[in-house]
Design a protein around this ligand. Structure first.
Ligand SMILES: *[C@@H]1O[C@H](CO)[C@@H](O)[C@H](O)[C@H]1NC(C)=O
Ligand SMILES: *[C@@H]1O[C@H](CO)[C@@H](O)[C@H](O)[C@H]1NC(C)=O
Ligand SMILES: *[C@@H]1O[C@H](CO)[C@@H](O)[C@H](O)[C@H]1NC(C)=O
Length: 179
């Protein structure tokens, strides 16, 4: 495990040196799909632009078979070259283990920090309530992707799979551009 994280960070530092680092993140699209409507349903899933600087993302998923005590999350990043290619990471994390000690996995922690301040998911298992990401500010993602950990310019999408009891239940894809 440790080795995998070191590779993750070394790879990122490497890219930092060879490519132009971006300074601005913009959302381009958001897509939420449930794989079983009697298990989980999206109440809403949208991007909103209030003005030129304030844009946000909101998602709410109703869990219909609560409580959920076994959760894994798969997060994979894709970048557009000639077509979409896997980029930097494709990791599956046992969320229940990870949330007991978020320092245990720096890559997963980076991913959690992307939405944690805006969500009600920052607690240990089980999950016995609907899951919400409320008005996740583009400025926060911008800071995470250009200051905390600088990524190169380009078009990206982050694909996340929400897995309960080892069955894929929902897929959320967030598209964005770093320029
Ligand atoms: C959908 O989820 C329900 C509730 O857990 C389950 O009974 C049903 O078998 C699932 N359907 C499919 C197609 O997996
Ligand atoms: C954008 O909207 C936010 C929230 O309403 C407001 O606080 C901010 O001042 C606005 N920015 C501009 C540039 O109008
Ligand atoms: C939830 O967030 C608080 C404040 O950011 C933090 O102290 C706590 O460790 C977090 N809990 C989990 C389970 O991540």
């Amino acid at each position: 495990m440790l080795r995998k994280f070191s590779v993750f960070f070394v790879a990122i530092s490497f890219i930092f040196f060879i490519e132009k680092v971006s300074t601005k993140f913009e959302f381009t699209n958001l897509n939420c799909e449930t794989l079983n409507k009697s298990y989980a349903e999206f109440e809403y899933c949208y991007l909103k632009s209030i003005n030129r600087t304030y844009k946000y993302l909101s998602v709410k998923v109703n869990l219909l078979k609560k409580p959920i005590g076994k959760v894994k999350v798969r997060a994979a990043l894709f970048k557009r070259f000639n077509g979409w290619r896997p980029f930097m990471f494709d990791m599956t994390v046992d969320a229940c283990n990870f949330l007991k000690n978020t320092k245990s996995n720096p890559a997963a922690r980076y991913f959690l920090d992307l939405f944690k301040p805006y969500s009600n998911m920052n607690h240990s298992c089980p999950f016995d309530h609907d899951l919400i990401v409320d008005k996740l500010d583009v400025a926060h993602i911008n800071n995470q992707a250009t200051v905390v950990l600088p990524f190169p310019e380009g078009d990206y999408f982050l694909e996340t799979h929400w897995i309960a009891y080892d069955i894929d239940r929902a897929v959320v894809k967030l598209y964005g551009t770093l320029s």
